[in-house]
Ligand binder design. Sequence first.
Ligand code: PGA
Length: 256
Amino acid sequence: MAKKIIVANWKMNPKTSKEAVALFAGSLKVSSRLRNVETVICPPDVYLPSLSTKKNSIILGAQNVSEQSGIGPYTGEVSAEMLKNLGVRYVIIGHSSRRENGETDDSINRKIKSCLKAGLKIVLCVGEKERGDNGEFIKVVETQLTRALEGTKDEKDARNIIIAYEPVWAISRGGKFASDDPDAVFGMSIFIKKTSTSIFGEKAGGRVPIIYGGSATAKNTKDFLEKGGVRGLLVGGKSLDLKEFGEILKIADKVK
Ligand code: PGA
């Protein structure tokens, strides 16, 4: 059975390196006891050096990357190669908060290519801003996917891509909203799979993992994983709460 994938997106948290180390150590304590979960933690880049140890059960990820490869005169940018050299293996690309800040499908596409070239895996975020009644949101996700993945079509590329379906309206609701809806996620996961097989071919595209993000909590983890048709979760707010994140990991470990 394929392992579940739980990706923690710490966003711009915590305030100090000391807190980051403690949060990481706490998550590691739980994840190291689990067999069926791949735990990925994406802290702010500044904390990466203090968290990157060679051998442990947590995979390090980054929350963004430059479009530019290698090194060069690009103020404020961090390249895929630099992240790789720090022990990072995954990069979140196309998160809605970056799209809100002007990131385009073209830029996302360049970032993906730069990561693939450097040998990094990608967590590509897609998701509609709102769900109207006319099914328009499906088209939104299809366009995001096809434009982001343009020019990446072989099996090797497919092996390095995870697609995170994150409906923007469901993000950061603190688990208190009424729309925990694994069935809606299931429909979208089927559609994403269909799109990914049309890009990468039946076999390789069918194996691209799809995860869900948007107010994932310990309470809704089981439902999303069992009924949502997804292999894992992208966890924001609750990845900063050790007790809750530990629960999410343990629940994911048990889901068949
Ligand atoms: P959330 O964040 O779990 O706090 O909704 C998810 C995300 O933005 O990736």
